[in-house]
Design a protein around this ligand. Sequence first.
Ligand SMILES: O=C(O)CCC(=O)C(=O)O
Ligand SMILES: [Fe+2]
Length: 299
Amino acid sequence: MTTTTRAPFRFGEAQFEWGEEVFALQDSSPLVHDGNFDALRARLQNDGFLFIRGFHPRNLAQKAEAWVLEAIRERGGLNADGTISDKNLTFAFFRDTAISHAPEILALTDGGHTFSFYEQLLGGDVLTFDKRWLRAMAQGGNNGFHYDKVYVGRGTPNKLTMWSAISDIPLERGPLVMALGSHQDERLKSTYGATDVDRDAADPVFSTDPREIVDYFGFKLGTTNFEPGDVLIFPMLSMHSSAPNLDNYYRISIDTRYQLASEETDPRFFGENGTWQGNFANKDRPITPIAELKKQWGL
Ligand SMILES: O=C(O)CCC(=O)C(=O)O
Ligand SMILES: [Fe+2]
């Protein structure tokens, strides 16, 4: 008898079984190649995400990777062999627009292929935020489960996030992880999903414990091995996180947001050369812990 075994997915300290608790994201690139935007919209609505392998031309993604690695090298982050240096520095090049808005990066996030895709998906002229979240995660680095609406939810609700893999991001290098079905969870959408981190001074991270997401809230997880140029696209109310990077190579990705140009924007993320306000402008206000909020919400 042959049994196919696949090592469990390691999410920090936790482990999840394939086919039971964690599932591979379905690739929607065939629908993109067919130009079938009706099917892409239907899938986005049903699944709460679109995973598109090879969305960005691979050579452009590799040029972007080389650009970011050089910036990391200049800042003492890299060993000669390309592994993460002992300092284990995580970089968020958000306001460092010389890096995050360089032509090598914008060729992906603002490229003709990207804008044309969103124009067809959303049905009109589109724009992207001035803030672009370019991240180079060292070992251990990750983000907890959240809805993007809590951070970037002002203005039109019809915005999409696109998380683009710039480096190779195999399972052990901290891929993005979706909480499958969370886009249809009315209880979470009407409580946690109705908060605004800056208006409510509420903890924006719903959970840092993937076991709580799976065992207590009952979601399955979805992830995959990402290659340079692969993207994951999802709406404001679709819960996701990233797994900690367990590898000795940087996990490099960028997340950007797209909407119709005719609809209202979230003013916190617009401003020239890194001058946007962003989140947490009112740093001195105490934040209500998520455990307290969950009690109030009866969760
Ligand atoms: O890359 C990460 O760690 C988090 C990304 C994220 O939350 C997003 O793309 O909305
Ligand atoms: Fe996010």
